[in-house]
Ligand binder design. Structure first.
Ligand code: CUA
Length: 327
C-alpha cells in the first residue's frame, strides 16, 4: 500500500487500503501517457517544420531505412514501462484476491434489483444497507439469485461480478468513516450494481456505512423503525419502489398512489375494494388477484416480509397513505 494522493481530484474519495495502489497505477498511467503524447506530438510537429519539402523538386536528403539502436531503444523502454504496470497491477490484484484470515464474514446477494446483505452473526437480511467497522478486515461472499450483477464500492476500489451458481468473494479494509448528515447519521458510501441487469439496474444502489466500533456494536442493521407507517416506508424504499411508484406512474406493477379504498378492476373481470384484507393477501400471494392490465407480470415474493406480520402491517399502513408528509 502506498499513500498516494489525488493531485487532479479525479477519483472518488479514498476509503480503503486498496485505494493507494489503484490510484497510484491510474496516475502513473496518466502521467506516462501524457508524457509520451507531448513527446511524440512535439517531435512530429518539430519534424514537420524542420524537414518539410521546400520546393516541389527537392531531392530526398537521406536514404536511411532504419536505425537499429533507436529501434531497440523504443522497444525496450516501453517494455520496461508495461512490465512496471504489470508488476504493480499484479501485486494489487493479489492483495484484493487473497483475504486475510481474520476477516469479518458478510454475505451479499444480488437480485433484481436489490442487494441483500447478511451481517456477521446475524440471521436477518438488510436490504441495500451494509454496516462495517472502520479499520477491520471485511470479507463479503457474493452471489446472485438471478442474473449477472456486479458488486462495486468505488470508495473502496472494490469490484467483482456476482454470478448465479457461483460464489465469489471480495474483501476490503475501510479506512475512513462514511460521510454524515447534519444529524450525525451516516449517509454511507455508494454500493453500485455495475453490470446491466434489467429494467431497474440503475436503481440497484446500496449504501455502505463505515462506523466506529461502538456504533457497530449496536447492530444498526437490526434496528427497524418502530412506527408502523415509517416501517412501511422503510420497506417500500428498499424493495417495492423498484416496481411500484407512489406518484401514479407505472414502473412495472401498478402504482401505489391513491390505492387505499379504491375499487380495483381485476384481470378476471371482477372488482375489489382495496382494504386491509386485499392488501394483506396481495403481499402474501400476489397472483391471487391480478389487477387488470398487469396479467403475466410476476411479482417478486419477499419471504422475509411474508413471514413477519409486523412488516406486513407496516406496509399496509404505508399503502393507506404513501405520500403522507413526514416533516
Ligand atoms: Cu444488478 Cu445491475
Amino acid at each position: 500500500m502506498i499513500a498516494f494522493q489525488d493531485p487532479l481530484g479525479q477519483l472518488p474519495v479514498k476509503a480503503s487500503t486498496f485505494a493507494g495502489d489503484v490510484d497510484g497505477v491510474y496516475y502513473l498511467c496518466l502521467a506516462i501517457c501524457a508524457f509520451f503524447f507531448f513527446l511524440i506530438l512535439g517531435v512530429l510537429v518539430f519534424a514537420v517544420f524542420k524537414f518539410r519539402r521546400r520546393s516541389p523538386d527537392q531531392p530526398a536528403a537521406s536514404s536511411m531505412t532504419h536505425n537499429t539502436p533507436l529501434e531497440v531503444l523504443w522497444t525496450v523502454i516501453p517494455l520496461i514501462i508495461v512490465m512496471i504496470f504489470f508488476a504493480w497491477g499484479w501485486k494489487g490484484s493479489m492483495d484484493m484476491t487473497y483475504a486475510p484470515a481474520d476477516c469479518l464474514q458478510y454475505e451479499a446477494v444480488g437480485k433484481q434489483w436489490e442487494w441483500q446483505i447478511k451481517h456477521p452473526g446475524s440471521k436477518t437480511i438488510s436490504i441495500n444497507e451494509m454496516w462495517v467497522p472502520v479499520g477491520k478486515n471485511v470479507k463479503v461472499t457474493i452471489y446472485s439469485r438471478d442474473v449477472l450483477h456486479s458488486f462495486f464500492i468505488p470508495a473502496f476500489r472494490c469490484k467483482r461480478d456476482t454470478l448465479p451458481g457461483r460464489y465469489q468473494k471480495v474483501w476490503f479494509n475501510a479506512t475512513k468513516l462514511s460521510p454524515r448528515d447534519a444529524d450525525g447519521k451516516s449517509i454511507g458510501y455508494n454500493l453500485f450494481c455495475a453490470e446491466y441487469c434489467g429494467t431497474n439496474h440503475s436503481k440497484m444502489i446500496g449504501k455502505v456505512h463505515v462506523v466506529t466500533e461502538e456504533e457497530f456494536a449496536t447492530k444498526p442493521w437490526e434496528i427497524l423503525p418502530a412506527d408502523p407507517w415509517e416501517l412501511g416506508q422503510y420497506i417500500y424504499e428498499r424493495r417495492c419502489f423498484t416496481c411500484h411508484s407512489i406518484d401514479g406512474s407505472i414502473v412495472v406493477g401498478p402504482s401505489f398512489q391513491g390505492l387505499w379504498n379504491k375499487t380495483e378492476s381485476l384481470a378476471d373481470g371482477s372488482t375489489v375494494t382495496v382494504d386491509e384484507a386485499y392488501l394483506h393477501e396481495s403481499i402474501q400471494s400476489p397472483s391471487a388477484k391480478i389487477v387488470k392490465g398487469f396479467e403475466g407480470k410476476q411479482m417478486t415474493l419477499f419471504p422475509d416480509i411474508i413471514a413477519d406480520e409486523n412488516q406486513i402491517n407496516g406496509l399496509i399502513e404505508f399503502l393507506k397513505d404513501p405520500n403522507k408528509s413526514t416533516k
